[in-house]
Ligand binder design. Structure first.
Ligand code: ATP
Ligand code: MG
Length: 558
C-alpha cells in the first residue's frame, strides 16, 4: 500500500520487531469476524489495518471466521463478509480459515489443560457461577467442584462431548485464580454445552469452545505473529497469554490493542444494526444509509474512499468519535477529481424560451470535467422548452439571490443568457408552474460578446431530450452525533427524514444508459451513483452519495 502513510504505534512495533530480527518468516496478521452479521465501517478499520500491515511489510494476512456461537451464525454472512473484504481490495489468497475447523484441536487443548490439573468441570448453574465470580471490589469464591480429580474431570468432559448432559448442566473452566484482580482470570468458562446445530459442523458437536479460548489458540495454530484487536480485549490479554504459556502451541502470537472506530450520527454495533433492519428503520443491510460496507457500496462509496478514510482517521489507543464529515470528505475529494459532470434537474420547473424557434434544436459543447480537459466534452441538446430547478427561481428575490428572478439575466450553463419575463401560476394552487423567458442568441456557449456579465449560472435540461429518473436523497440516519450516549434510548434519535425519494427528476439522456454503480457529479447538486439494484432501463435510479459541500457544517454554525 502507500508508503507515504502517516506512521502509528503498530507500525513502530512492527518496525522494531523486524529490526530486531524477531520474525524471519515475516509478519502474519488476521481479520477474525464472527459470521453473525454484515461488516460495517468499523470492521473496515480492522481490515485495512490487518491486511494493510501485511501488504506493507510483505507479510501475510488470514481471513478467519470466528464461528463458535452456533445460534447466530450463518453461511450467508460468511459469503457477504468475503465479498466485502474483496471489494475493499484485499486478498487472503489460500488462507481462508474457520475456527470451527479447529474444534478437534481445541478439544484436545482443553483435555491437555485438564491433564495438567489446569481445568475442571464445574456443575454449578450459570447464575451461581456469576455469583461466585465476585466483583471488581470483591474477590471470587472457589466453586465446590474446583478440586475434582483429573480423572473425574476427564471423564465428565468426554461425557459432555458425547452428549450425556443437558445444556448448562456442566461447563469446563480454566483453573487459574478466583482472587485475581482481573476478572477474566477468575476461572473463566472455556467450554459449554449447546445442543444447537452449527452452520458448518452440523450436529457433530454439542459442546462449543468460548471466544477467549478459541481466538488466541486459533491465532497460534495459524502462526499469527501480531494479533491486532480492539481495546475491549486488553484485559483479556493475560488470559490469552496464560493459555499459550500452558499449552504446547506451534507459535506464540502477541496481541496489540487499538481503539475501535466510533463514527458520529450512526451506530456501529451489529446488534443495533440488526435492530434497525428488523424494525424497518432501514431497508435491509445494504440500505444506502447504513454504515455497513454493503450499504456504503450501494450508496456509491468507492473501496479507495473507505481505505483512505481508515488511513486518515489514524490509529490510537484512546476512544474517540470521528466526525461524520471525514467520511463525506474523502469521497467528495475522490469524486471531485474523477467523476464526470452531468446536468440533472431534481425538482423541475418548466421554462419556455419565447423567442427561440419552435422546432429548432442545437447541440452545445459541454465539458465533462471543468478542470480536467482529458475527460473530454459531450454535446448537450438545447431547445425551446427546458426545465430548471425550482429552487433556482424566486419571484420576490432579495438582492443577493443571483439565480433566476423576473427581469434579471442569468446564464444557462454551456448555453445562453436568459431573462425571465413572465411567471405563470397554476390556477388552482397558485404555485408557479411555468416561466416565460427570452434568450440572447449572441450569448451562445454562455458568454456575451459585449462583455456583459451575469452573476448566476444555473443548470437545466432540454424537455424534449431529457429522460426521467427516480432520485434518492440520503441524509444521516441519526439526528444527533452520539445516539449511543444520549439520555434516551438510542432509537429515539433516529432521523425521521433521512431519505427523500423524488419520482419526477429529469436527467441528460446519456445518463439513462449509465451502468449500475457508475458515479457522476450532477452539477451544483452533488455526487450520485446509479443504483445497483432497482435500476431499470426505462426507469433509472440514482442515489445521492454526498452533497457538494458539507451542508451539516453550515447548519451547526447557525
Ligand atoms: P460488533 O460490536 O459490531 O458486533 P464485533 O467486534 O462483535 O463487532 P466481530 O465480527 O467480532 O464483531 O469483529 C471482527 C473484528 O473487527 C474484531 O477483531 C474487532 O476487533 C474488529 N472490530 C469490530 N468493530 C470495530 C470497530 N468499530 N472499530 C475497529 N475494529 C472493529
Ligand atoms: Mg466480536
Amino acid at each position: 500500500m502507500e508508503n507515504s502513510s502517516p506512521t502509528h504505534f503498530i507500525r513502530k512495533i512492527i518496525d522494531d520487531d523486524l529490526t530486531q530480527g524477531r520474525y524471519p518468516e515475516g509478519i502474519h496478521t488476521r481479520f477474525p469476524p464472527e459470521p453473525n452479521g454484515f461488516l460495517h465501517i468499523g470492521h473496515a478499520k480492522a481490515i485495512c489495518l490487518n491486511f494493510g500491515m501485511a501488504a506493507e511489510y510483505r507479510g501475510k494476512c488470514n481471513l478467519r471466521f470466528d464461528d463458535t456461537n452456533p445460534e447466530k451464525e450463518d453461511m450467508k454472512y460468511v459469503e457477504a463478509i468475503q465479498e466485502d473484504v474483496r471489494w475493499l481490495g484485499f486478498d487472503w489468497e489460500d488462507r481462508l480459515f474457520f475456527a470451527s475447523d479447529y474444534f478437534a484441536r481445541l478439544f484436545q487443548f482443553a483435555v491437555e489443560l485438564i491433564q495438567q490439573g489446569k481445568a475442571y468441570v464445574d456443575s454449578m448453574s450459570a447464575d451461581q457461577i456469576r455469583q461466585y465470580r465476585g466483583t471488581l471490589t470483591e474477590p471470587g469464591i472457589d466453586s465446590p467442584y474446583r478440586n475434582r480429580s483429573i480423572a473425574e474431570n476427564l471423564d465428565l468432559f468426554h461425557r459432555m462431548k458425547a452428549g450425556e448432559f443437558a445444556d448448562g448442566e456442566h461447563v469446563l473452566r480454566a483453573k487459574i485464580d478466583m482472587q485475581a484482580a482481573n476478572l477474566n482470570m477468575r476461572d473463566p468458562v472455556i467450554y459449554r454445552i449447546r445442543r444447537t446445530s452449527h452452520y458448518r459442523t452440523g450436529d457433530s458437536w454439542c459442546i462449543y469452545p468460548m471466544y477467549d479460548f478459541t481466538q488466541c489458540l486459533s491465532d497460534a495454530l495459524e502462526h499469527v505473529t501480531h494479533s491486532l484487536c480492539s481495546l475491549e480485549f486488553e484485559d483479556h490479554r493475560p488470559l490469552y497469554d496464560w493459555f499459550i504459556d500452558n499449552l504446547d502451541t506451534p507459535a506464540r502470537p502477541r496481541q496489540y490493542e487499538f481503539a475501535r472506530l466510533n463514527l458520529e450520527y450512526t451506530v456501529l454495533s451489529k446488534r443495533k444494526l440488526i435492530e434497525l433492519v428488523e424494525d424497518g428503520h432501514a431497508d435491509g443491510w445494504d440500505d444506502p444509509r447504513m454504515p455497513t460496507l454493503s450499504g456504503l457500496r450501494r450508496r456509491g462509496f468507492t473501496p479507495k474512499s473507505i481505505r483512505d478514510f481508515c488511513e486518515r482517521i489514524g490509529l490510537t489507543k484512546s476512544d474517540t468519535y470521528i466526525d461524520a464529515g471525514v467520511l463525506e470528505h474523502v469521497i467528495r475529494e475522490e469524486l471531485g477529481a474523477a467523476a464526470p459532470r452531468r446536468m440533472a434537474v431534481l425538482r423541475p420547473l418548466k421554462v419556455v424560451i419565447e423567442n427561440y424557434p419552435d422546432d429548432k434544436e442545437e447541440w452545445l459543447e459541454a465539458a465533462n470535467h471543468p478542470q480536467d480537459p482529458s475527460m473530454g466534452t459531450r454535446q448537450v441538446a438545447f431547445s425551446k422548452v427546458i426545465y430548471i430547478e425550482q429552487d433556482d427561481f424566486m419571484e420576490d428575490a432579495p438582492n443577493k439571490f443571483f439565480r433566476l428572478t423576473p427581469g434579471r439575466e442569468v446564464r444557462l450553463r454551456y448555453a445562453y443568457f436568459i431573462t425571465c419575463n413572465e411567471v405563470i401560476r397554476d390556477e388552482q394552487t397558485g404555485a408557479v408552474c411555468e416561466l416565460r423567458c427570452s434568450y440572447d442568441p449572441a450569448t451562445r456557449g454562455g458568454n456575451a460578446p459585449d462583455g456583459r456579465k451575469v452573476k448566476g449560472t444555473i443548470h437545466w435540461v432540454s424537455a424534449r431530450h431529457a429522460r426521467s429518473a427516480r432520485i434518492r436523497l440520503y441524509d444521516r440516519l441519526f439526528s444527533v452525533a452520539n445516539p449511543d450516549r444520549g439520555d434516551q434510548d438510542w432509537k429515539t434519535y433516529i432521523n425521521p427524514v433521512s431519505l427523500e425519494k423524488l419520482g419526477n427528476s429529469l436527467i441528460e439522456p446519456d445518463l439513462a444508459q449509465a451502468g449500475p454503480g457508475e458515479r457522476f457529479q450532477f452539477e451544483r447538486l452533488g455526487y450520485f451513483c446509479a443504483d445497483q439494484q432497482d435500476w431499470q432501463p426505462d426507469a433509472p435510479v440514482f442515489n445521492r452519495i454526498v452533497t457538494l459541500r458539507d451542508t451539516w457544517a453550515k447548519i451547526s454554525k447557525k
